[in-house]
Design a protein around this ligand. Structure first.
Ligand SMILES: *Cc1c(COP(=O)(O)O)cnc(C)c1O
Length: 341
């Protein structure tokens, strides 16, 4: 059976062009800096994001953890939004690997208020930890793929500069944010000192993420990547797909956003399903199904029987994610299946 897989954009398989470029990739030992495909991908990523340097990493989680380790010292405090990926899905890495303490702030649609951030920065006091990093997530996964509005991003950046604290952006889906804002991605990245983004989500590459930042930051980060086992030798096979991802896949995400909106509009017309349409900005649709008198896992099991896969791990919330391999017809099929349930 061919499933319509709306669990995540991580399920995207590589395109034919990626498979061909992997086969023909020129490779070398990347730990020696000698992999031409990795070097090309890193140069390309730095240019697109408007930063001095870039580094290929095994996953988004590895990239985020390396950035936190590079920006901080053990015992420092870092500010994060309370439902962010770093806190929820990275196995407590910031505590274990970086040894930092988290200061969690509530977000509105995943976005922290810049003045809340400012009042949470620690004073220079013998009792208090030092605040050494602000982490932002853009788009915000658990808030439903929401984008940080540019004016809030600018204000947050001003607060950070005023207190001389760097910003790390978990931009796993930063290209979705740029598509939504109709801006070149560097116009978002300029407000962060480091950015991590994933090649392996909506951009369809099979493996890998990128970290960008200043030259100094990236050379320090390379050592932490090695420490975490991320020195991957002939990684150019992966970079070859990443190059296609950047060149071909980063400019078509509006199709996924259109499909997500179509899905959300259809779902919101079904009695018992509630969606905050303001959160449907990119490729994620989160809806509340408590009105259907079944749990999220019962709902997703029923969809599974009809050939549709979703993530129903949240209490009464279910999540649908659109991506390259989901076409408009699949949205129609999905809506018919939900209606019949
Ligand atoms: C997916 C994701 C990551 C990292 O994902 P990996 O599965 O480790 O590649 C980081 N941040 C956000 C917001 C994500 O959605």
């Amino acid at each position: 059976m061919k499933y319509i897989d709306l669990r995540s954009d991580t399920v995207t398989l590589p395109t034919k062009e990626m498979r061909d470029s992997i086969y023909h990739a020129q490779v070398g030992d990347d730990v020696y800096g000698e992999d031409p495909s990795i070097n090309r991908l890193e140069k390309m990523a730095a240019d697109i994001l408007g930063k001095e340097a870039a580094m290929f990493v095994a996953s988004g989680t590895q990239g985020n953890q390396i950035c936190v380790m590079t920006h901080t010292q053990p015992g420092d405090e870092i500010i994060l939004e309370e439902k962010c990926h770093i806190i929820t899905y990275e196995v407590g890495g910031i505590a274990r690997l970086a040894g930092v303490q988290a200061r969690l702030l509530p977000g509105k649609k995943g976005v922290m208020d810049p003045s809340d951030i400012e009042t949470s920065i620690r004073e220079d006091d013998i009792h208090q930890p030092k605040t050494t990093l602000i982490c932002l997530e853009n788009t915000h996964n658990r808030a439903g793929g929401t984008v940080i509005p540019l004016d809030i991003l600018k204000d947050t950046h001003e607060v950070a500069k005023k207190h001389n604290i760097p910003i790390h952006m978990d931009g796993a889906r930063i290209f979705n944010a740029a598509t939504y804002l109709k801006l070149p991605v560097k116009e978002i990245a300029r407000y962060a000192d480091s950015v991590m983004f994933c090649l392996s989500k909506g951009l369809c590459a099979p493996v890998g993420s990128i970290v960008v930042g200043s030259k100094d930051f990236i050379s320090k980060a390379r050592k932490f990547r090695k420490m975490l086992g991320g020195g991957m030798r002939q990684a150019g096979f992966l970079a070859a797909a990443g190059i296609v991802a950047l060149e071909k896949m980063s400019t078509r995400l509006n199709e996924d956003h259109d499909n997500a909106r179509l899905l959300a509009q259809g779902l919101s017309r079904i009695p018992g399903i509630v969606i905050d349409m303001d959160t449907v900005q990119t490729n994620i649709v989160i809806c509340d199904i408590s009105g259907l008198k079944m749990t999220a896992s019962e709902f997703s099991a029923k969809l599974h029987e009809k050939g549709i896969l979703i993530n129903g791990g949240y209490t009464s919330a279910v999540r649908f994610v659109t991506h390259y391999w989901i076409k408009k017809e699949d949205i129609e099929t999905t809506l018919e299946a939900v209606e019949s349930i």
